[in-house]
Design a binder for this molecule. Structure first.
Ligand SMILES: [Zn+2]
Ligand SMILES: [Zn+2]
Length: 347
């Protein structure tokens, strides 16, 4: 048989044409020159149909292509590739649609301009409205949480929220933060995420957690609750010193169920439940931790000098270790109780 297009004697594919000529004459994909995609002007989220997402522009364009392009039924095993480059106030996107017709691979290129239409997404609108499902109240044992501790807690919570958002908690945001009753309050948009966050705060900073909830009305036939998590911190913190039965301890870290202590006299470490610390005397660590001048050492002791008073003290070595240093950090309780500060090696 002769092909009606090229006139050569070849097997006929369709409509009197050979395969090459048939494919040449046919366009299997066509689409619009422009696609408009709603984009949040505040957070950059993109919308496809009724759903706001943090998916990439390419992903959203691909979904639009599937919906808006007409793709011939003859084309099978379709794959779509999208490459966009930013131009002034729009994106120029190359769309490659590949597949096969009766086993013969076909690849067609199309071009669209994508315009982002500014909106405010569902979450940003909620955030501007102060929407919150949970309140985290972090409170001191008495008086006030010291400023540096407050700062650490705030940084910890904010970093946690950033990483949870990156892991897909799109609904999570801080609606408000307030300094309340010597502590700090976080108003958060998402109940489930808040439960995770307050537990992590407790694991890191210790304390006793209580939960309460309040009915805040109905929505779409569902009873809505706002949850309040109250975390009452322990009276001591990481870095504080404790005196228990005439032994001095340094608090290495604390969690909700145990306090990790370093015995300054023996170098031993132990973890004990918070209940056992009720009789401990708390010595806030800051003033006791001092740098002193290294003078000399034996196998068992180090001689150090206080740079302010020029008084000399003997400090017991907890481990057989030869120090090569000019200054040495110690814990000074009083002149009869000077200890080596727990160093990285010992911890
Ligand atoms: Zn032909
Ligand atoms: Zn937004």
């Amino acid at each position: 048989m002769f092909c009606v297009d090229c006139g050569e004697e070849k097997p006929i594919f369709r409509e009197g044409s050979c395969v090459e000529c048939y494919l040449k004459r046919h366009q299997f994909t066509t689409g619009p020159p422009f696609i408009d995609i709603p984009a949040c002007a505040h957070c950059g989220s993109l919308k496809y149909k009724s759903l706001w997402t943090t998916d990439t522009l390419e992903t959203i364009v691909k979904r639009n292509v599937k919906q808006l392009f007409s793709i011939s039924n003859e084309l099978e095993n379709i794959t779509i590739e999208v490459v966009c480059t930013e131009e002034q106030e729009r994106f120029s996107c190359n769309i490659t649609i590949s597949g096969n017709v009766e086993g013969i691979p076909i690849s067609e290129s199309n071009h669209v301009f994508v315009r982002l239409k500014p909106h405010s997404c569902d979450m940003c609108s909620k955030q501007f409205g102060g929407y919150h499902e949970a309140i985290l109240q972090i409170r001191p044992h008495e008086k006030k949480i010291p400023k540096d501790e407050l700062f650490k807690i705030r940084q910890f919570v904010e970093a946690l929220i950033v990483s949870m958002k990156q892991q897909g908690h799109r609904n999570l945001f801080i609606a408000d933060v307030g300094d309340e009753h010597g502590g700090i309050d976080f108003y958060l948009s998402d109940k489930q995420a808040s439960a995770t966050i307050i537990r992590k705060v407790q694991e890191r900073f210790g304390g006793v957690l209580t939960t309460s909830s309040k009915n805040i009305g109905m929505k779409d036939g569902i009873q809505l609750y706002r949850v309040t998590y109250l975390l009452r911190l322990f009276p001591y913190r990481q870095g504080d010193l404790l005196e228990i039965n005439k032994h001095y301890y340094y608090i290495l870290s604390l969690s909700h169920h145990s306090i990790h202590l370093f015995n300054l006299t023996t170098g031993e470490k132990r973890s004990i439940p918070p209940k056992e610390l009720e009789l401990a005397k708390i010595i806030e660590g800051k003033d006791q931790i001092r740098d002193m001048i290294f003078i000399s050492q034996t196998e068992k002791d180090i001689q150090v000098m206080d740079p302010k008073s020029y008084r000399v003290f003997m400090v017991k070595k907890l481990f057989p270790f030869t120090y090569e240093t000019e200054n040495i950090r110690v814990v000074y309780i009083d002149e009869n109780a000077v200890f080596l500060f727990p160093c990285e090696k010992q911890k």
